[in-house]
Structure formats: C-alpha cells, structure tokens
Design a protein around this ligand. Structure first.
Ligand code: UT7
Length: 332
C-alpha cells in the first residue's frame, strides 16, 4: 500500500494587519519589512476564533475535495505551536469533534514550522503499514496569540491561518508520496522559543510578556541556519531519489522570509515559476504555511494532477523536513 496526497484546503482569517498598521505599533517601516522579509501583510484571527476553528474550516474543504465521506477518516493530526489549550486537550481532538468524528485517533504534533511535514511523514508511515487508510493532516496557527506586539524583531513576521490535506491509501505507485525527510537538533533550542508555560518554568509571573509566554527569536542566527539547513535537506532528498531539480513542478518552502526562499531556490537552480511564494500576503504562519501555499496554487489552477511538489520546512526546535510529493487529486 502507498500513501497519496489526495486533496488540499485552507482557511485565511479576514482581518488584515498591514505593514502600515505595524508602523503605528512599533519602530519599523513598510520599506524595512518588505526589503528584509518580502512581507506586505498578514491575516489575524478574530479574538474569539481559535486554532481549532480555523483548522476545521480548512479540513472541511480538504475532505470535500478528496471526495470521501468524513467517516472514512481514521486519523487526525494537527501540527501547531499555538494550540487551543497548552498541554491538553489536543487541538486535533477538538477539530475531530467539531467535524463530528468522535472515535478516531487524534493528536497534535509540536515541530513548529516543520509540523506539517512531520505530520505528512507520520500519515505516510501509518498508511504504508496498513494501520490507517485516510489521514486528515492539518497545520493551523493563531500565532497572534503568542506574538509580542512590542517586539519589532518578531511581530512583523507572523500571521494566522490554517491548511489541511487528506492523505489516503492507494495501490497506484504513480500516486505515491515518494519520500519524506525529517530531522531535528535541540542544541539550537534557544534560537526560537516560547520560554514559559512548560514544566521547566515558574507559574507565578505577573503578566504575559514578563512571564515569557510570547515567542522569542534570534532572527539573524536563525536566518543563517535556515538557509543552510533548508538547502542541504532538499539537495539530499533529490540526490537520494535521483530526481533533478528541473523535474520539480512546484517548490513549496516554508514561508518565513523571501530572502531565505530566494537563497535556497538559487542554490537549487530553480526557475522563478517553480517557486511558490505566499509570504507577501500571509507572512509566516508556521505549521500552516506549507499547506496554505499548496492551497494557493490549487486555487489559482497551477496545481494539477501528477504535478511533483517539493516541500521544504524549517523551524523552532530546531526541526526541519522535506518531501517529494506528487499531487494525487484533480486540479481545479
Ligand atoms: O519560521 C521559523 C524560522 N524563522 C526564520 O527563518 C526567520 C529567520 N530570520 C529572519 O527572517 C530575519 O533574521 C529577520 C527578518 C527576523 C531580521 O532580518 P535581518 O536582516 O537578520 O536583521 P537583523 O536582525 O540583523 O537586524 C538588522 C537591523 C538591526 O539594527 P542595527 O543593530 O543594525 O542598528 C535591528 O535592530 O535591523 C533592525 N531591525 C529592524 N528595523 C526596522 C530589526 N527588526 C526591525 C524592524 N524594523 N522590524
């Protein structure tokens, strides 16, 4: 049995936070943000809108496009670093319940911006082992809830949103997800972290900022490790599978920074039309960024059945992952 990437869906909250809005909040400028990151705007969830709410909307679209009955889903995985509740219950169980799926295996993956690729890897393994047949994987983030809007080094980067995919069992080798790479290095844990709230932290701090509940990032050091890791990982997955970069129809990197994406694309000698870019309009949506980008090319009619996608992710942990994935759904 093989695992096929059958469908994609996404949800983008309506409220927009533009660079001009941020100019009024911190000492920054539209020019600096666009030049250093490629971001123009990002979407922000409503106050009462949760990570699971957004995940549900994306999931409904993915289920409909897969052409399956929701009751055929036997596993739900949600990749997120901004769960509805820290610790428990998992956001995946809440999403499953809101979809009317009460008995499936459901749990979250914490791998930051690499979360969707990790989820893909788990779905592939469960399907290939014969244990599951239709796995719903979701990347959903309400990063605005853990962003410090007084820190110009991070608040200009992050946005909210969700993406979801159905990974299904197939006997057709031509539809099979070819390979998924995943890795991590906890020695770099301090580059990107939300310092408090874990078992190693105190509970009695007076306010959220001081309590360390917001994301902290050593941006410049992260940038350099990101370019190095993203490049070496995709070079390795292409070499190991004997696939030339020219055979990639869509290179879909984690959307953290245009300059990082450009550096990796150049290292792989990719043409502009091979590289999928959404960072300008969504910013960095962590675990949701790759499925939201896949959905973008689906919606615009660029993604067609059989197209070979190369996914490439990098995030806090540090974690990284890449995947060679033929699209096994019908194009729009
Ligand atoms: O998604 C997970 C992985 N995340 C990433 O891969 C993100 C990686 N990092 C980045 O994308 C970039 O490092 C940033 C966009 C965060 C920062 O860009 P940079 O080119 O690395 O800038 P920098 O941190 O080296 O800062 C350069 C200057 C500093 O001023 P001085 O010390 O040169 O006077 C900063 O204080 O830019 C200043 N600066 C800003 N200026 C205006 C930092 N943030 C801002 C800002 N507006 N928002």
């Amino acid at each position: 049995m093989y695992a096929a990437f059958r469908s994609i869906g996404a949800y983008v909250p309506t409220k927009i936070l533009s660079n001009a809005d941020l100019e009024r909040m911190v000492d920054t400028s539209d020019e600096w943000i666009f030049k250093r990151t490629g971001i123009k705007e990002r979407h922000i969830a409503a106050e009462n809108e949760t990570t699971s709410d957004m995940g549900v909307e994306a999931a409904k679209i993915a289920i409909e496009r897969a052409g399956i009955d929701k009751n055929q889903i036997d596993m739900v995985i949600c990749a997120t670093i901004s769960p509805d509740y820290f610790c428990m219950p998992s956001t995946a169980t809440i999403i499953a319940d809101k979809l009317g799926l009460q008995k499936v295996m459901a749990y979250d993956i914490s791998a930051a911006c690499t979360g969707f690729v990790y989820a893909l890897s788990v779905a592939k393994a469960f399907i290939e082992s014969g244990m599951k047949k239709n796995v719903l994987i979701i990347g959903s983030e309400k990063l605005s809830a853990i962003t410090d809007y007084t820190d110009r080094g991070t608040c200009i980067l992050f946005g909210d949103g969700a993406g979801a995919a159905i990974i299904s069992a197939t006997s057709a080798q031509s539809e099979a997800i070819i390979d998924v790479h995943t890795g991590s290095d906890g020695a770099y844990a301090d580059l990107l972290m939300t310092p408090n709230g874990g078992s190693g932290s105190a509970h009695d701090e007076p306010n959220r900022e001081e309590a360390g509940c917001f994301m902290k990032m050593k941006g410049n050091e992260t940038f350099k490790v990101a370019v190095r890791t993203l490049t070496s990982d995709v070079v390795a997955i292409l070499e190991e599978n004997n696939i030339a970069s020219s055979a990639i129809k869509h290179f879909i990197p984690h959307q953290a920074n245009y300059r990082i994406i450009k550096a990796v694309g150049d290292a792989l000698n990719l043409e502009e039309e091979q590289v999928v870019l959404t960072v300008e309009k969504y910013g960095n949506t962590s675990g949701a960024s790759i499925p939201m980008a896949i959905n973008d090319i689906y919606e615009s009619g660029r993604l067609q059945e059989g197209d070979l996608m190369l996914l490439d992710a990098f995030g806090g942990g540090l974690t990284w992952g890449s995947a060679l994935v033929p699209f096994a759904g019908k194009g729009k």
